[in-house]
Design a protein around this ligand. Structure first.
Ligand SMILES: [Zn+2]
Length: 436
Protein backbone atom coordinates (compact mmCIF):
# COMPACT_ATOMS: atom_id res chain seq x y z
CA UNK A 1 0.00 0.00 0.00
CA UNK A 2 2.81 2.37 -0.80
CA UNK A 3 1.39 3.88 -3.94
CA UNK A 4 -1.84 5.51 -2.96
CA UNK A 5 -1.26 8.48 -5.21
CA UNK A 6 -0.76 6.33 -8.28
CA UNK A 7 -3.76 4.25 -7.45
CA UNK A 8 -5.86 7.36 -7.11
CA UNK A 9 -4.47 8.85 -10.30
CA UNK A 10 -5.30 5.69 -12.18
CA UNK A 11 -8.85 5.89 -10.90
CA UNK A 12 -8.96 9.49 -11.97
CA UNK A 13 -7.67 8.71 -15.47
CA UNK A 14 -10.03 5.86 -16.22
CA UNK A 15 -12.95 6.45 -13.98
CA UNK A 16 -16.05 8.12 -15.29
CA UNK A 17 -18.37 8.75 -12.38
CA UNK A 18 -20.95 5.97 -12.45
CA UNK A 19 -24.56 6.90 -13.18
CA UNK A 20 -26.16 6.75 -9.76
CA UNK A 21 -29.82 6.91 -8.80
CA UNK A 22 -29.32 10.58 -7.81
CA UNK A 23 -27.73 11.59 -11.11
CA UNK A 24 -30.38 9.67 -13.03
CA UNK A 25 -33.12 11.54 -11.18
CA UNK A 26 -31.43 14.88 -11.81
CA UNK A 27 -31.12 14.17 -15.53
CA UNK A 28 -34.78 13.23 -15.57
CA UNK A 29 -35.67 16.44 -13.70
CA UNK A 30 -33.98 18.55 -16.36
CA UNK A 31 -36.55 17.48 -18.92
CA UNK A 32 -39.09 19.63 -17.06
CA UNK A 33 -37.19 22.71 -18.21
CA UNK A 34 -37.36 22.07 -21.94
CA UNK A 35 -38.17 25.31 -23.71
CA UNK A 36 -41.82 25.91 -24.32
CA UNK A 37 -44.65 28.39 -24.01
CA UNK A 38 -47.51 27.17 -21.83
CA UNK A 39 -50.99 28.60 -22.10
CA UNK A 40 -51.95 28.71 -18.44
CA UNK A 41 -55.44 30.19 -18.70
CA UNK A 42 -57.51 32.09 -21.27
CA UNK A 43 -55.17 35.12 -21.31
CA UNK A 44 -51.99 33.97 -19.55
CA UNK A 45 -48.98 32.45 -21.29
CA UNK A 46 -45.77 31.43 -19.50
CA UNK A 47 -42.28 30.92 -20.92
CA UNK A 48 -40.36 27.96 -19.50
CA UNK A 49 -36.74 27.15 -20.16
CA UNK A 50 -35.77 30.61 -21.46
CA UNK A 51 -33.25 31.08 -18.65
CA UNK A 52 -33.57 29.88 -15.08
CA UNK A 53 -36.79 31.69 -14.27
CA UNK A 54 -40.33 31.52 -15.61
CA UNK A 55 -41.96 34.70 -16.92
CA UNK A 56 -45.39 35.34 -18.33
CA UNK A 57 -47.50 37.40 -20.69
CA UNK A 58 -51.05 38.43 -19.87
CA UNK A 59 -53.03 39.50 -22.92
CA UNK A 60 -55.30 42.47 -22.23
CA UNK A 61 -57.79 44.20 -24.53
CA UNK A 62 -55.28 46.70 -25.89
CA UNK A 63 -51.87 45.53 -24.73
CA UNK A 64 -49.75 43.06 -22.82
CA UNK A 65 -48.62 42.93 -19.21
CA UNK A 66 -45.48 40.93 -18.55
CA UNK A 67 -44.97 39.28 -15.19
CA UNK A 68 -41.19 39.31 -14.72
CA UNK A 69 -38.75 39.71 -17.57
CA UNK A 70 -36.58 36.61 -17.53
CA UNK A 71 -32.86 36.38 -17.04
CA UNK A 72 -31.23 38.01 -20.03
CA UNK A 73 -32.36 40.00 -23.08
CA UNK A 74 -31.32 37.38 -25.66
CA UNK A 75 -33.36 34.55 -24.22
CA UNK A 76 -36.27 36.83 -23.30
CA UNK A 77 -36.34 38.10 -26.91
CA UNK A 78 -36.56 34.53 -28.11
CA UNK A 79 -39.47 33.95 -25.77
CA UNK A 80 -41.13 37.17 -26.95
CA UNK A 81 -40.92 35.93 -30.54
CA UNK A 82 -42.86 32.84 -29.41
CA UNK A 83 -45.33 34.95 -27.41
CA UNK A 84 -45.90 36.94 -30.61
CA UNK A 85 -47.56 33.90 -32.15
CA UNK A 86 -50.40 34.49 -29.71
CA UNK A 87 -50.62 38.28 -29.62
CA UNK A 88 -49.20 41.22 -31.51
CA UNK A 89 -50.41 43.81 -29.00
CA UNK A 90 -47.81 46.19 -27.55
CA UNK A 91 -46.20 45.55 -24.17
CA UNK A 92 -47.72 48.08 -21.75
CA UNK A 93 -46.08 47.08 -18.48
CA UNK A 94 -43.79 44.70 -16.65
CA UNK A 95 -44.60 43.82 -13.07
CA UNK A 96 -41.72 42.21 -11.20
CA UNK A 97 -42.40 39.64 -8.51
CA UNK A 98 -39.10 40.68 -6.88
CA UNK A 99 -35.80 42.25 -7.83
CA UNK A 100 -33.49 39.26 -8.35
CA UNK A 101 -31.42 39.38 -11.55
CA UNK A 102 -32.87 36.15 -12.95
CA UNK A 103 -36.30 37.86 -13.05
CA UNK A 104 -35.25 41.36 -14.13
CA UNK A 105 -32.19 40.82 -16.37
CA UNK A 106 -34.24 40.32 -19.54
CA UNK A 107 -36.10 43.63 -19.29
CA UNK A 108 -34.62 45.11 -22.47
CA UNK A 109 -36.44 42.49 -24.53
CA UNK A 110 -39.76 44.09 -23.57
CA UNK A 111 -38.98 47.72 -22.78
CA UNK A 112 -36.59 50.41 -23.93
CA UNK A 113 -35.89 53.72 -22.22
CA UNK A 114 -38.51 56.31 -23.15
CA UNK A 115 -40.98 53.91 -24.77
CA UNK A 116 -43.57 54.43 -22.04
CA UNK A 117 -43.69 50.83 -20.82
CA UNK A 118 -44.54 50.89 -17.11
CA UNK A 119 -42.08 48.99 -14.91
CA UNK A 120 -43.48 48.11 -11.49
CA UNK A 121 -41.56 46.69 -8.56
CA UNK A 122 -41.86 46.76 -4.81
CA UNK A 123 -38.88 48.73 -3.64
CA UNK A 124 -37.26 48.76 -0.27
CA UNK A 125 -36.54 45.07 0.06
CA UNK A 126 -32.80 45.35 -0.29
CA UNK A 127 -30.97 44.14 2.80
CA UNK A 128 -30.10 46.85 5.28
CA UNK A 129 -26.67 45.21 5.51
CA UNK A 130 -25.71 46.88 2.26
CA UNK A 131 -24.49 45.45 -1.03
CA UNK A 132 -20.90 44.57 -1.95
CA UNK A 133 -20.19 48.17 -2.97
CA UNK A 134 -20.77 49.12 0.67
CA UNK A 135 -19.25 46.14 2.44
CA UNK A 136 -16.56 44.96 0.02
CA UNK A 137 -17.92 41.42 0.36
CA UNK A 138 -17.00 39.29 -2.64
CA UNK A 139 -16.86 35.72 -1.39
CA UNK A 140 -20.59 35.21 -1.85
CA UNK A 141 -20.02 35.65 -5.58
CA UNK A 142 -17.21 33.10 -5.53
CA UNK A 143 -19.46 30.68 -3.66
CA UNK A 144 -22.24 31.41 -6.10
CA UNK A 145 -20.00 30.05 -8.86
CA UNK A 146 -19.43 26.92 -6.79
CA UNK A 147 -23.13 26.53 -6.03
CA UNK A 148 -24.22 26.83 -9.66
CA UNK A 149 -21.17 24.96 -10.97
CA UNK A 150 -20.34 27.72 -13.44
CA UNK A 151 -16.72 26.55 -13.75
CA UNK A 152 -17.58 22.89 -14.23
CA UNK A 153 -17.63 21.19 -17.61
CA UNK A 154 -21.15 21.22 -19.01
CA UNK A 155 -21.43 17.45 -18.60
CA UNK A 156 -20.98 17.79 -14.83
CA UNK A 157 -23.56 20.54 -14.44
CA UNK A 158 -26.65 18.43 -14.78
CA UNK A 159 -29.35 20.86 -13.77
CA UNK A 160 -30.12 24.12 -12.01
CA UNK A 161 -32.72 22.23 -9.99
CA UNK A 162 -35.55 24.68 -10.68
CA UNK A 163 -34.52 25.62 -14.21
CA UNK A 164 -31.88 24.96 -16.82
CA UNK A 165 -28.32 25.91 -15.98
CA UNK A 166 -27.93 29.35 -17.46
CA UNK A 167 -24.70 31.18 -17.01
CA UNK A 168 -25.13 34.70 -18.27
CA UNK A 169 -27.18 37.07 -16.19
CA UNK A 170 -27.27 40.77 -16.80
CA UNK A 171 -28.71 43.35 -14.50
CA UNK A 172 -30.50 46.07 -16.41
CA UNK A 173 -30.48 49.09 -14.19
CA UNK A 174 -33.46 51.13 -15.19
CA UNK A 175 -35.83 53.24 -13.16
CA UNK A 176 -38.86 51.34 -11.95
CA UNK A 177 -41.97 52.59 -10.23
CA UNK A 178 -42.48 51.62 -6.64
CA UNK A 179 -45.60 49.59 -5.89
CA UNK A 180 -45.37 50.76 -2.30
CA UNK A 181 -46.06 48.89 0.91
CA UNK A 182 -49.83 48.32 0.59
CA UNK A 183 -52.04 45.99 -1.36
CA UNK A 184 -53.25 47.77 -4.49
CA UNK A 185 -55.04 47.33 -7.78
CA UNK A 186 -53.44 48.10 -11.12
CA UNK A 187 -55.53 48.70 -14.22
CA UNK A 188 -53.35 48.24 -17.28
CA UNK A 189 -54.19 47.26 -20.86
CA UNK A 190 -57.78 46.59 -19.87
CA UNK A 191 -56.69 44.17 -17.17
CA UNK A 192 -57.35 44.41 -13.46
CA UNK A 193 -54.52 43.00 -11.39
CA UNK A 194 -54.11 42.98 -7.64
CA UNK A 195 -50.64 43.17 -6.20
CA UNK A 196 -49.74 42.76 -2.56
CA UNK A 197 -46.57 42.64 -0.47
CA UNK A 198 -45.68 39.02 0.20
CA UNK A 199 -42.28 38.86 1.90
CA UNK A 200 -40.69 35.44 1.74
CA UNK A 201 -37.56 34.59 -0.18
CA UNK A 202 -36.85 38.31 -0.22
CA UNK A 203 -38.47 41.21 1.57
CA UNK A 204 -39.43 42.84 -1.72
CA UNK A 205 -41.57 39.93 -2.90
CA UNK A 206 -45.14 40.49 -4.02
CA UNK A 207 -47.80 38.22 -5.38
CA UNK A 208 -49.80 39.24 -8.43
CA UNK A 209 -53.41 38.11 -8.52
CA UNK A 210 -55.41 38.11 -11.73
CA UNK A 211 -58.91 37.63 -10.31
CA UNK A 212 -60.79 37.33 -13.59
CA UNK A 213 -59.00 34.06 -14.40
CA UNK A 214 -57.99 33.16 -10.84
CA UNK A 215 -54.27 33.08 -11.59
CA UNK A 216 -51.71 33.84 -8.89
CA UNK A 217 -48.08 34.64 -9.72
CA UNK A 218 -45.97 33.69 -6.72
CA UNK A 219 -42.47 34.76 -7.70
CA UNK A 220 -39.95 32.63 -5.85
CA UNK A 221 -42.11 32.07 -2.80
CA UNK A 222 -43.15 28.90 -4.57
CA UNK A 223 -41.48 26.55 -7.07
CA UNK A 224 -41.53 22.80 -7.31
CA UNK A 225 -38.51 22.11 -5.09
CA UNK A 226 -37.63 22.50 -1.43
CA UNK A 227 -37.53 26.30 -0.92
CA UNK A 228 -34.14 27.91 -0.78
CA UNK A 229 -34.68 29.09 2.79
CA UNK A 230 -30.92 29.31 2.99
CA UNK A 231 -28.66 29.62 -0.07
CA UNK A 232 -25.29 27.95 0.43
CA UNK A 233 -23.61 30.71 -1.56
CA UNK A 234 -24.26 32.69 1.61
CA UNK A 235 -27.12 35.02 2.44
CA UNK A 236 -28.25 37.08 5.38
CA UNK A 237 -31.14 35.42 7.19
CA UNK A 238 -34.18 34.81 4.99
CA UNK A 239 -37.28 35.11 7.10
CA UNK A 240 -38.43 31.49 7.19
CA UNK A 241 -41.53 32.20 9.26
CA UNK A 242 -42.72 34.88 6.81
CA UNK A 243 -42.04 32.63 3.85
CA UNK A 244 -44.51 30.10 5.22
CA UNK A 245 -47.12 32.84 5.68
CA UNK A 246 -46.57 34.09 2.12
CA UNK A 247 -47.88 30.74 0.87
CA UNK A 248 -50.86 30.97 3.18
CA UNK A 249 -51.76 34.39 1.76
CA UNK A 250 -51.78 33.03 -1.77
CA UNK A 251 -53.83 30.06 -0.65
CA UNK A 252 -56.49 32.40 0.77
CA UNK A 253 -57.04 33.84 -2.72
CA UNK A 254 -58.48 30.51 -3.87
CA UNK A 255 -56.42 30.30 -7.07
CA UNK A 256 -57.20 27.96 -9.95
CA UNK A 257 -53.75 28.48 -11.46
CA UNK A 258 -50.35 29.01 -9.88
CA UNK A 259 -47.47 30.45 -11.89
CA UNK A 260 -44.22 30.02 -9.94
CA UNK A 261 -41.01 32.01 -10.34
CA UNK A 262 -39.36 28.79 -11.52
CA UNK A 263 -40.74 25.43 -12.71
CA UNK A 264 -43.96 24.81 -14.60
CA UNK A 265 -47.32 26.41 -13.78
CA UNK A 266 -49.84 24.30 -11.88
CA UNK A 267 -53.45 24.06 -13.04
CA UNK A 268 -56.64 23.14 -11.24
CA UNK A 269 -57.90 24.31 -7.88
CA UNK A 270 -57.19 21.02 -6.15
CA UNK A 271 -53.62 20.73 -7.42
CA UNK A 272 -52.84 24.37 -6.63
CA UNK A 273 -54.33 24.09 -3.15
CA UNK A 274 -52.33 20.91 -2.49
CA UNK A 275 -49.09 22.53 -3.68
CA UNK A 276 -49.45 25.75 -1.67
CA UNK A 277 -50.67 23.86 1.40
CA UNK A 278 -47.73 21.44 1.34
CA UNK A 279 -45.30 24.32 0.89
CA UNK A 280 -46.82 26.36 3.70
CA UNK A 281 -47.02 23.38 6.04
CA UNK A 282 -43.47 22.24 5.35
CA UNK A 283 -42.00 25.68 6.00
CA UNK A 284 -44.14 26.16 9.11
CA UNK A 285 -43.14 22.71 10.35
CA UNK A 286 -39.41 23.24 9.89
CA UNK A 287 -39.63 26.61 11.57
CA UNK A 288 -41.66 25.57 14.60
CA UNK A 289 -39.90 22.23 15.10
CA UNK A 290 -36.52 23.98 14.98
CA UNK A 291 -37.66 26.51 17.55
CA UNK A 292 -38.95 23.64 19.69
CA UNK A 293 -35.54 21.94 19.47
CA UNK A 294 -33.69 25.17 20.18
CA UNK A 295 -35.77 25.52 23.33
CA UNK A 296 -34.62 22.05 24.36
CA UNK A 297 -31.04 23.31 24.13
CA UNK A 298 -30.11 21.43 20.97
CA UNK A 299 -27.20 22.58 18.84
CA UNK A 300 -27.46 23.00 15.04
CA UNK A 301 -25.93 19.54 14.40
CA UNK A 302 -28.42 17.99 16.81
CA UNK A 303 -31.32 19.96 15.34
CA UNK A 304 -30.66 18.54 11.90
CA UNK A 305 -31.25 15.09 13.44
CA UNK A 306 -34.23 16.30 15.46
CA UNK A 307 -36.25 18.01 12.72
CA UNK A 308 -37.61 15.30 10.44
CA UNK A 309 -40.41 16.13 8.03
CA UNK A 310 -43.67 14.17 8.31
CA UNK A 311 -43.82 11.52 5.58
CA UNK A 312 -46.50 13.22 3.46
CA UNK A 313 -44.37 16.37 3.24
CA UNK A 314 -41.08 14.53 2.76
CA UNK A 315 -42.68 12.70 -0.18
CA UNK A 316 -44.44 15.71 -1.71
CA UNK A 317 -43.35 16.21 -5.33
CA UNK A 318 -43.18 19.95 -4.60
CA UNK A 319 -40.71 19.55 -1.72
CA UNK A 320 -37.86 17.46 -3.06
CA UNK A 321 -34.42 18.96 -2.31
CA UNK A 322 -33.75 20.12 -5.86
CA UNK A 323 -32.84 23.64 -4.77
CA UNK A 324 -32.86 24.26 -1.02
CA UNK A 325 -32.52 21.55 1.62
CA UNK A 326 -34.42 21.01 4.91
CA UNK A 327 -31.17 20.51 6.89
CA UNK A 328 -29.87 23.89 5.75
CA UNK A 329 -33.17 25.52 6.66
CA UNK A 330 -32.85 24.17 10.20
CA UNK A 331 -29.35 25.59 10.54
CA UNK A 332 -30.51 28.89 9.07
CA UNK A 333 -33.30 29.28 11.61
CA UNK A 334 -30.84 28.60 14.41
CA UNK A 335 -28.28 31.12 13.20
CA UNK A 336 -30.99 33.59 12.19
CA UNK A 337 -32.26 33.81 15.75
CA UNK A 338 -29.25 32.83 17.90
CA UNK A 339 -26.23 33.57 15.73
CA UNK A 340 -23.05 31.52 15.46
CA UNK A 341 -22.69 30.30 19.06
CA UNK A 342 -24.15 26.79 19.37
CA UNK A 343 -24.54 27.05 23.16
CA UNK A 344 -21.68 24.69 24.03
CA UNK A 345 -19.08 26.72 25.95
CA UNK A 346 -16.29 24.52 24.59
CA UNK A 347 -16.89 26.39 21.38
CA UNK A 348 -16.54 29.88 22.82
CA UNK A 349 -12.77 29.85 22.37
CA UNK A 350 -11.85 26.63 20.53
CA UNK A 351 -8.26 25.60 19.82
CA UNK A 352 -6.79 27.24 16.72
CA UNK A 353 -7.11 24.89 13.71
CA UNK A 354 -3.39 24.09 13.38
CA UNK A 355 -3.10 23.20 17.06
CA UNK A 356 -6.20 21.02 17.02
CA UNK A 357 -5.17 19.30 13.80
CA UNK A 358 -1.67 18.59 15.17
CA UNK A 359 -3.17 17.00 18.28
CA UNK A 360 -5.58 14.82 16.29
CA UNK A 361 -2.77 13.63 14.02
CA UNK A 362 -0.65 12.79 17.05
CA UNK A 363 -3.55 10.96 18.68
CA UNK A 364 -4.16 8.99 15.47
CA UNK A 365 -0.54 7.79 15.55
CA UNK A 366 0.83 10.07 12.87
CA UNK A 367 -0.22 11.53 9.53
CA UNK A 368 0.33 8.30 7.58
CA UNK A 369 -2.10 6.38 9.78
CA UNK A 370 -4.65 9.14 9.55
CA UNK A 371 -4.26 9.27 5.78
CA UNK A 372 -4.64 5.50 5.49
CA UNK A 373 -7.80 5.66 7.57
CA UNK A 374 -9.17 8.36 5.29
CA UNK A 375 -8.40 6.21 2.25
CA UNK A 376 -10.00 3.20 3.90
CA UNK A 377 -13.07 5.27 4.72
CA UNK A 378 -13.43 6.27 1.08
CA UNK A 379 -12.99 2.76 -0.26
CA UNK A 380 -15.52 1.47 2.29
CA UNK A 381 -18.08 4.00 1.05
CA UNK A 382 -17.85 6.52 3.87
CA UNK A 383 -16.93 9.58 1.80
CA UNK A 384 -18.11 12.08 4.40
CA UNK A 385 -15.82 10.58 7.04
CA UNK A 386 -13.00 10.46 4.50
CA UNK A 387 -13.48 14.16 3.74
CA UNK A 388 -13.55 15.04 7.44
CA UNK A 389 -10.27 13.16 8.02
CA UNK A 390 -8.71 14.85 4.99
CA UNK A 391 -9.67 18.20 6.48
CA UNK A 392 -7.66 17.41 9.61
CA UNK A 393 -4.64 16.64 7.45
CA UNK A 394 -5.12 19.59 5.13
CA UNK A 395 -4.87 22.04 8.01
CA UNK A 396 -1.40 20.68 8.73
CA UNK A 397 -0.32 20.16 5.11
CA UNK A 398 -2.55 22.22 2.81
CA UNK A 399 -0.41 21.57 -0.26
CA UNK A 400 -0.13 17.79 0.05
CA UNK A 401 -1.05 16.43 -3.38
CA UNK A 402 -2.12 13.02 -2.09
CA UNK A 403 -4.40 14.47 0.57
CA UNK A 404 -5.90 16.99 -1.84
CA UNK A 405 -6.55 14.26 -4.37
CA UNK A 406 -8.09 11.99 -1.77
CA UNK A 407 -10.41 14.74 -0.62
CA UNK A 408 -11.27 15.51 -4.24
CA UNK A 409 -12.29 11.86 -4.69
CA UNK A 410 -14.32 11.93 -1.47
CA UNK A 411 -16.19 15.01 -2.70
CA UNK A 412 -16.87 13.33 -6.04
CA UNK A 413 -18.28 10.33 -4.21
CA UNK A 414 -20.50 12.64 -2.16
CA UNK A 415 -21.62 14.40 -5.33
CA UNK A 416 -22.56 11.14 -7.03
CA UNK A 417 -25.23 10.35 -4.45
CA UNK A 418 -26.36 13.90 -3.82
CA UNK A 419 -29.83 14.87 -4.99
CA UNK A 420 -29.42 18.57 -4.26
CA UNK A 421 -27.87 20.15 -7.36
CA UNK A 422 -26.39 23.07 -5.39
CA UNK A 423 -24.53 20.71 -3.04
CA UNK A 424 -23.55 18.50 -5.95
CA UNK A 425 -22.11 21.45 -7.89
CA UNK A 426 -20.30 22.68 -4.80
CA UNK A 427 -18.69 19.29 -4.17
CA UNK A 428 -17.55 19.01 -7.77
CA UNK A 429 -16.32 22.61 -7.96
CA UNK A 430 -14.16 22.23 -4.87
CA UNK A 431 -12.96 18.86 -6.12
CA UNK A 432 -11.70 20.63 -9.25
CA UNK A 433 -10.04 23.34 -7.13
CA UNK A 434 -8.23 20.71 -5.07
CA UNK A 435 -6.77 19.15 -8.20
CA UNK A 436 -5.38 22.34 -9.64
ZN1 LIG B 1 -35.57 33.27 -9.04
Amino acid sequence: MKLPLLVLLAWSAFGQAPETEATRRLRELNKNFDRRIVRVSESVYSAIGYGQSVFSMIVGSNGLVMIDAGQNPEMSSEALAEFRKYSSLPVKAIIYTHGHADHTGGTQAFAKPGDGVELWIRRGGISSLGGSEVTGLKQDHVRSRFQFGYDLPASDRITGGVGPVTISSTVYAVAKQDLGPARRTLNIAGLTLEVAPNPGETDDHIYIWFPREKVVFSGDNFYAAWPNLYAIRGTPYRDVRQWGESNDRMLQLGPMYLVPGHTAPISGKEAVTRALTDYRDAIRFVFSKTIEGINLGLTPDQLVEYVKLPAHLAQSPHLQPYYGHPAWAVRAVFSGYLGWFDGNPTNLFPLPPTERSGKWIQLAGGRRKLFNEARRALSSKQPQWAAELCDVLLVAEPKSAEVRLLKARALEALAADQLNPMARNYYLSISKELQR
